[in-house]
Design a protein around this ligand. Structure first.
Ligand code: SAH
Length: 258
């Protein structure tokens, strides 16, 4: 994989709620040195800012082309594979990758579409809601009692792992491995979110929860379905099943009333 290939353009680095503009500039520089250029910013506290440009130290183009969004969901709406970088273990049940394995997974997924590596706020990281949008987590195995890297340093570690993996693949293959075109494209984030909303409503309609809070079971089902990476046809089939279950529940309710 050479720098000139479009592969690097398939990978975006997403910084959520960054408070220090200097960190945005330092992250842009970290990316630029490793061939990455797609910088997406979600609700940065101050941007554009002179400190960002100063810390970018010449990686101006990455900063100038950075795209700004109000929410993480919008920033990754068209992505096929999303990984959230976390400094600490969460209660959320999700797969966790080490940086090198994450890089391999990103390159694999980027053959089929856009991918994202998401980084959280300096003080508080990513919210559980934001992590729920991710297919898996990435943790740099730092020492436990001081686990949190500076944001731009974390971006540098992951950017390097992506480049290391790309160089290793290029050395093995001589050139990028062509991927067979898929007949049915994987579901987009927006389609997956639509399906999760439908699933939750359907479970409610068939009285699956029986008064229990739906949060835990929905989190587990989300992880199960995200792990399966359904394609668009599979999402349509699942939603067809949900709609039928809702219809049967409605009929049962109405005949109960009659
Ligand atoms: N106190 C925050 C730390 C945020 S550091 C927390 O506990 O989450 C800012 C961001 O850098 C994090 O949200 C994460 O995306 C990234 N980061 C820092 N240290 C990391 C680590 N050890 N592994 C993976 N990502 C890390």
């Amino acid at each position: 994989m050479s720098d000139a290939t479009s592969a690097y353009r398939q990978v975006r680095i997403v910084l959520v709620g960054t408070s220090h503009p200097g960190n945005i500039g330092a992250a842009a520089r970290a990316m630029r040195t490793m061939g990455l250029e797609q910088l997406y910013l979600v609700a940065p506290e101050r941007f554009p800012h002179a400190d960002a440009s100063a810390m970018a130290a010449g990686a101006d183009q990455v900063l100038e082309q950075a795209r700004v969004f109000a929410t993480l969901e919008e920033a990754v709406a068209d992505c096929r594979w999303i990984m959230g970088c976390t400094a600490r273990r969460r209660s959320v049940v999700m797969d966790e990758y080490a940086p090198g394995d994450a890089a391999a997974r990103i390159w694999q997924a980027s053959a089929a579409g856009a991918t994202a590596l998401v980084f959280g706020r300096e003080r508080t990281g990513l919210t559980n809601e934001e992590l729920k949008l991710c297919h898996a987590a990435v943790h740099i195995p730092s020492v436990e009692e001081f686990s949190s890297l500076n944001l731009a340093a974390a971006v540098q570690v992951l950017s390097w792992e992506l480049r290391r993996e790309a160089l290793a693949r290029a050395a093995l293959a001589g050139e990028p491995v062509p991927q067979a075109p898929e007949d049915e494209p994987p579901a987009t984030v927006a389609q997956m979110e639509g399906m999760f909303g439908h699933l939750e409503q359907m479970l409610d309609d068939i009285d699956f929860h029986k008064g229990r809070a739906p949060g835990t079971v929905m989190r587990r089902l989300r992880q199960l379905l995200l792990r399966a990476q359904p394609d668009q046809r599979e999402v349509r089939v699942l939603r067809g099943i949900f709609a039928d279950a809702q219809r049967m529940a409605r009929i049962a309710r109405e005949s109960g009333k009659a």
